[in-house]
Design a protein around this ligand. Structure first.
Ligand code: ATP
Length: 345
């Protein structure tokens, strides 16, 4: 059922609301069939970017190209896009099947009932076709919304926080499901979220946004392991900010030499951003550190250690909490994985 996607290009988009630069030179290219997640703090322009792509908002400057064609001047209803929003947007007086059919009829597509039934099947809701929205759970309603968005075989699928109103378990189930379906139909997809786990789990590439533009666009693994800037390192995952000494192409932190994710200019005194999972803590009666706090998180535990006047947060496997009680003397070791430096950018 791969309906193969098209390339989408957002080119130097600018949009201001009063004195707010919601988009400030946004550039983004989605490859055919790709799912890109826009991730970033509240107000960084994610939704505005999606709305400009949809044609729901006009940019002040810049271009939107879909499959090589300039659609910047086209209104939303002339763009070939399917959308799913955070709020359940189903018609309450229509059944699941009729909701999916609705968009097809609106566009005068042939065989709406057959296609709608096919789409409900795709999202695993064939037996719920006759139910009304109030008879469906939140997760099921969002599946219907997804079926409706995909029924018209859109060139582009736009998802704006579609999971954020759902409870945690359903959210994880549905995100895996959306990813499976998106891969199966092959529709180029822009997904907006402020949830980093969601972005990392679903996206082919993650675009981390800051103040109206993309700060880094890379695979989930690279965004996490090789953050281009301190902002990305801070926004995606947690980081310790530890003093280090820059020497050649590495930095020495708490006595361990660590490689850098990207070459650094300044120095020699720098601040290194070290992930808690790169820090190990071992009980050691001669160790220079003391456990200040420890919390059990299930599969992992988080331990805060004081070494001199430095606080270091470590992530260890959940079961190891017993050997690291508050007050225990410990030794801190940092694994030599590449780290980013806080350049103040
Ligand atoms: P969130 O995660 O909170 O939804 P976002 O990254 O999606 O945030 P946008 O909704 O794109 O951010 O908003 C970007 C900026 O533009 C914000 O400062 C917002 O207040 C402003 N903004 C967005 N839409 C409007 C509008 N219609 N009128 C005025 N200001 C707006």
């Amino acid at each position: 059922m791969n309906e193969s996607g098209v390339a989408v290009r957002l080119k130097d988009l600018h949009k201001t609301f009063g004195s707010t630069h919601a988009l400030d030179g946004l550039d983004l290219t989605l490859e055919p069939g790709e799912l890109i997640a826009l991730l970033g703090p509240s107000g960084c322009g994610k939704t505005t970017a999606l709305r400009v792509l949809a044609g729901l908002e006009d940019a002040d400057a810049g271009q939107v190209l879909v499959d090589g064609k300039d659609v910047t001047a086209l209104p939303a209803n002339r763009r070939d896009m399917g959308m799913v929003f955070q709020a359940y947007s189903l018609f309450p007086h229509l059944t699941a099947l009729a909701n999916v059919e609705f968009g097809l009829r609106l566009r005068g597509r042939p065989r709406p009932v057959g296609r709608a039934a096919e789409m409900l099947e795709l999202v695993g809701l064939a037996e719920f076709a006759g139910r009304y929205p109030h008879q469906l759970s939140g997760g099921q309603q969002q599946r219907v919304a997804l079926a409706r968005a995909l029924a018209i075989r859109p060139q582009v699928l736009l998802l704006d926080e579609p999971l954020s109103a759902l409870d945690a378990k359903v959210r994880v189930q549905l995100r895996d499901e959306i990813k499976r379906i998106q891969t199966e139909v092959g529709t180029t997809t822009l997904f907006v979220t402020h949830d980093q786990e969601e972005a990392l789990a679903m996206a082919d590439r993650v675009g981390v946004m800051r103040a109206g533009r993309i700060e880094q666009l890379a695979s989930p693994a690279d965004v996490y392991q090789k953050p281009a800037t301190a902002f990305v390192a801070d926004f995606v995952g947690l980081s310790n900010r530890l003093p280090g000494r820059l020497e050649g192409d590495g930095v020495t932190v708490l006595g361990t030499r660590l490689p850098l994710v990207s070459p650094a200019g300044a120095g020699p005194d720098v601040t290194a951003l070290v992930r808690p999972e790169s820090v190990d803590v071992r009980p050691d009666s001669d160790g220079p550190g003391r456990v200040l706090a420890a919390s059990f998180l299930g599969p992992t535990s988080r331990v805060t250690v004081e070494v001199g006047d430095q606080l270091v947060v470590a992530q260890v496997t959940g079961g190891r909490l017993a050997e690291l009680p508050v007050g225990a003397p410990v030794r801190v070791e940092i694994r030599p994985v590449p780290v980013a430096l806080d350049t103040g950018a």
